[in-house]
Design a protein around this ligand. Sequence first.
Ligand SMILES: N[C@@H](CC/C=C/[B-](O)(O)O)C(=O)O
Ligand SMILES: [Mn+2]
Ligand SMILES: [Mn+2]
Ligand SMILES: [Mn+2]
Length: 314
Amino acid sequence: HCVGIIGAPFSKGQQRDGVQRGADLIRAAGLVQKLKGQGCVVKDYGNLIFEDIPNDEPIGRLKTPRAVGRANELLAGAVLKIKSDGNTCVMLGGDHSLAIGSISGHAASRHELSVLWVDAHADINTPLTTPTGNIHGQPLSYLIHELHSKIPIIPHFSWLKPCVAAKDIVYIGLRDVDPEEHYILKHLGIKMFSMTEVDRLGIAKVMEQTCDHMFSKVKKPIHLSFDIDALDPSVSPATGTPAAGGLTYREGIYITEHICQTGLLSAVDMVEVNPKQGKTEDEIKSTVNAAVDLILSCFGRVREGSHEPDYQIP
Ligand SMILES: N[C@@H](CC/C=C/[B-](O)(O)O)C(=O)O
Ligand SMILES: [Mn+2]
Ligand SMILES: [Mn+2]
Ligand SMILES: [Mn+2]
């Protein structure tokens, strides 16, 4: 696996300070060394630098829209570069509004994508349905062809074109969905495995059916957008919008082990780690370690272990 890492220390898709530190915390936990240790070729492209945008007044309900638009324009360019260099891209957030740039940049490189959105939340509010104005609850609405007519003109978003079809999106982990989002999901017929389906089917069947859906027509590169709040707060408490009854650590790892073995993983987002939302050092560690382990499992780590192909017992 050739892996390109980009850090996006960005927090203005929501209101809680601290999520901008997620990328460096994940690096400090040894992500690069551990990926190299399991045989990956790793290039760390560093952190994006986001210029402050003064007077970024709300537009309608939207909060800090210009900063979000600009940050994602930069990120899209960086992800395109990382893909053009032949890597699988790993974007370390920062909040989930960054999926706007990550998926846009990925689509600029690989065009038709399957998007697997692992999250407690649907993140598909439009600028007119959002209950909070926080753009980390809206990224998919900007990206989906079928919702294009529902997105107003927003300063610093003129670079953005929708690039994903509703049929190419699958959700796993939903358990905190706004009514407006639920209508959109049903109206667009988007495939979803909420926590009810995870409980009913078990994670193995969920992954089997997820892959059946993604590969029902043509096999496309996979963009995995993983919001750490998909995991149960007992595993990943240090995040901005925790919701009870989430995925176990084992279910999260099963998802990423399974996606790895498809051989189609082309980009990963790991977002919403927020150290300031952890009550103790241990809560932060548990959250960061889960994020690291999920990424390692995207790139070949398996729980049964592994050995060098030419190993001989001495
Ligand atoms: N649906 C809520 C919550 C959004 C949660 C965003 B997250 O999934 O990125 O954590 C909103 O629109 O503000
Ligand atoms: Mn979420
Ligand atoms: Mn999210
Ligand atoms: Mn969040």
